[in-house]
Write a protein that binds this ligand. Structure first.
Ligand code: FMN
Length: 301
């Protein structure tokens, strides 16, 4: 019998597989496809303090090896998520739940966390949002911006605080260190990469928002590289995310330094993807002579 369990920031997960935020709704609706209790955890849809309608359509553009999205954080707001969505998920899911929160000012992040944290097991802080007080620059693209929002949220967060980094930076390691110094307990690497496509017949951007975030198989090597670099420079546990499609890539991310692995866009192509990956893991572990998944975390020098 192989051991799939991992410990993420003090929370035991029966396996490292987690549907990534925004690709699995608030979870409960996915219970129509399969028993979600096979998963390690679920990172729910990004939640803001107030409800958001999101960006105008089209919001999704396909691309070779992935997709661009500019959904714009559509969600019903923290109070509704706490009153309706999280209880609905808890009725169907007995494993730890990750609340993914976002905001447009440090105050908004803090208030959102204050409301959501009591109802989840871990908080994932999406710092890719634009800071309205700093000319719309994303919090996560500067050390000061990242540290500012992490310390604001830390002061009200009594759950493990995992900061989800933006890959749209020159030096991911310095941002990771800034988050560690500001009190983060873990890091998720990575969010989407900024991209764009043009409809050459209309001569206009395909996305109404002009630009969007690239995800899917194309970003896997970028995510892997960032996990590897941050693991060597920082002490925090890492949740790998970006382009994962199968159990072999989960092993690869863990060898690079991930403690757990999120699967995002693949859920949109195949709603059973996470369940299938959990089922594939023992076979590939036997083949590679891995008894415990925790033995391979960061094993690649
Ligand atoms: C349609 C869509 C919506 C997303 N919404 C969120 C979100 O609300 N919060 C967040 O932190 N990440 C969000 N993401 C980013 C994913 O969680 C993940 O970081 C990214 O897609 C890379 O992983 P993947 O290549 O496996 O999809 C979203 C991605 C997609 C494709």
């Amino acid at each position: 019998m192989v051991d799939l369990s991992v410990n993420l920031c003090g929370v035991k997960l029966q396996n490292p597989i987690i549907p990534a935020s925004g690709t699995f709704g608030f979870g409960a609706e996915m219970a129509e496809y399969y028993d979600l209790n096979v998963l390690g955890s679920i990172s729910v849809k990004g939640t803001t303090l107030h409800p958001r309608f999101g960006n105008p359509t089209p919001r999704i553009a396909e691309s070779e090896g992935g997709l661009l999205n500019a959904v714009g954080l559509q969600n019903p707001g923290a109070d509704h998520v706490v009153a309706e969505e999280l209880p609905a998920l808890r009725r169907r899911f007995r494993q730890p739940v990750i609340g993914n929160i976002c905001g447009f000012s440090a105050d908004e992040y803090r208030e959102c966390c204050r409301r959501v944290a009591p109802h989840v097991d871990l908080i994932e802080l999406n710092i890719s949002c634009p800071n309205v007080h700093e000319g719309g620059m994303a919090f996560g693209t500067s050390c000061e911006g990242a540290a500012g929002v992490v310390s604001a949220v830390r002061s009200v967060c009594d759950k493990p605080l995992i900061v989800k980094l933006s890959p749209n930076v020159t030096d991911i390691v310095s941002i990771a260190r800034a988050c560690e110094d500001a009190g983060a307990d873990g890091l998720t690497l990575i969010n989407t990469l900024l991209g764009m496509r043009i409809d050459i017949r209309r001569r206009t951007p395909i996305l109404a928002n002009t630009t969007g975030g690239l995800s899917g198989p194309a970003v896997f090597p970028v995510a892997l590289r960032m996990i590897y670099q941050v693991r060597r420079a920082c002490h925090l546990p890492i949740v790998g995310c970006g382009g994962v499609q199968n159990a072999e890539q989960v092993i690869e991310m863990m060898m690079a330094g991930a403690t757990a692995v999120q699967v995002g866009s693949e859920n949109l192509r195949n709603p059973f993807a996470c369940k299938e990956i959990v089922e594939q893991l023992p076979e590939i572990m036997n083949e590679l002579k891995i008894n415990k998944l925790t033995d391979i975390i960061g094993i690649t020098e």
